[in-house]
Write a protein that binds this ligand. Structure first.
Ligand code: ATP
Length: 357
């Protein structure tokens, strides 16, 4: 499977940039999720990759070969890219086996080889027993697996998945995530997976590109996005917790301590001029005598622990507790292991994102 690159990729619709100078490299065999709020450009990026749209500027390269740029356009069917849609897009009048065999029939693969490859694809997706069923006789999850088998049977150079689990109920989504993970481990296909479900993106992908307003704001492994968000948008969008103003303590030769919520605390950081800190629930310890005081405004049982919402120094924070807490009760809070970053425009962006939500 080939590596996929975007360089300065821009797509304007009626003067409005749906994608704005996106550049990224996806390694061969990598599973990448595109995550972001509605309208941020995820589907547009997928459609440009598939060849359903042409870019206003920039290029898409697959396996070192330019698929599209200012002078070149390879037609979608010649790109050898597999696509799985949330609507499954199966042929209703063809059996499961015929649906899966269709891409091979189009490519005039001889029958014995076709049969062997279809059997292999059905086995890989756990559908061998359903080969002769019609799509209408399958559940949503089984239909999605047929779409997956039909995609992998022709060994595409890359696979694009557009919210493939969006139509499934919660329990099925969880089991299908497992199917996707196993599928990726066994095929090592290069996969670009669009979702606005961050749980899905963080659980499945090797790396996640967090998008906002046509741009990639951070492209990193899930644990890096969570522990070291690049800016206020990513810190607020990915994971639980709060984003608050911070500044380096004086003197600030290394900015290893910050002032946050009126406290001076050590920080992990990549800057000498932090403007904000990300406070995850696990960064807060409850202790009776800590000077930072928080008033409990919410307490939800999560199974095994409680999620608390607290008001402290004018901010809303989230913490975990082992025991139920009383609403209105005041507790002491100790902050530890905070991540801080430089994002002077963060407040404006966050206000805009909240207004749009
Ligand atoms: N064919 C089109 N004509 C005009 N505007 C378009 C067209 N396709 C997309 N857009 C606009 O481009 C922006 C990005 O759309 P896109 O579908 O890529 O977002 P998305 O992140 O996939 O959203 P969602 O999660 O809601 O599917 C939106 O503002 C959308 O209205």
């Amino acid at each position: 499977m080939a590596e996929l690159s975007f360089s300065g990729l821009t797509k304007r619709f009626d003067g409005h940039a749906a994608l704005d100078r996106v550049s990224a490299d996806i390694g061969s065999g990598e599973f990448v999720a595109l995550l972001g709020p509605s309208g941020c450009g995820k589907t547009t990026l997928l459609r440009l990759t598939a060849g359903f749209e042409t870019p206003s500027e920039g290029s898409v390269t697959l396996g070192g070969e330019v698929m599209t740029d200012a002078t070149r356009f390879i037609a979608p069917e010649a790109r050898e890219i597999g696509i799985v849609f949330q609507s499954y897009a199966l042929w209703p009048h063809k059996s499961v086996a015929r649906n899966v065999s269709f891409p091979l029939e189009v490519r005039r693969v001889p029958q014995p080889e076709r049969d062997a490859r279809v059997a292999e694809a059905l086995a890989l997706t756990g559908l061998s027993a359903f080969a002769h069923r019609m799509p209408a006789q399958l559940s949503g999850g089984q239909r999605q697996r047929v779409a997956l088998a039909r995609c992998l049977v022709f060994e595409p150079r890359a696979m694009l998945l557009d919210e493939p689990l969006a139509n499934l109920d919660l329990a099925l989504r969880a089991s299908m995530q497992e199917v996707f993970r196993m599928f990726h481990q066994r095929t090592r296909a290069t996969m670009l997976y669009v979702t606005h479900d961050q749980g899905e993106a963080l659980a499945l992908a090797d790396r996640v590109a967090v998008m906002e307003r046509g741009r990639i704001r951070q492209f990193a492994a899930p644990e890096v996005l969570y522990r070291e968000p690049a800016d206020c948008f990513v810190a607020g969008f990915v994971g639980d917790g709060a984003v608050v103003s911070a500044r380096a303590c004086e003197p600030a030769p290394d900015a290893l301590r910050i002032e946050v919520l009126g406290c001076r605390v050590p920080t992990r950081t990549n800057t000498r001029r932090p403007t904000h800190a990300s406070i995850r629930p696990e960064n807060i310890r409850l202790s009776h005598d800590a000077p930072l005081r928080g008033r409990i405004t919410g307490c939800t049982y999560l199974g095994g622990r409680f999620r608390l919402t607290l008001e402290a120094a004018g901010e809303t924070l989230t913490a975990f507790a082992t025991q139920r807490a009383r609403l209105g009760e005041t507790v002491g809070l100790t902050l530890h292991d905070l991540w801080s970053f430089h994002d002077p425009e963060g407040e404006v962006l966050m206000a805009r994102a909240m207004a749009e939500a």
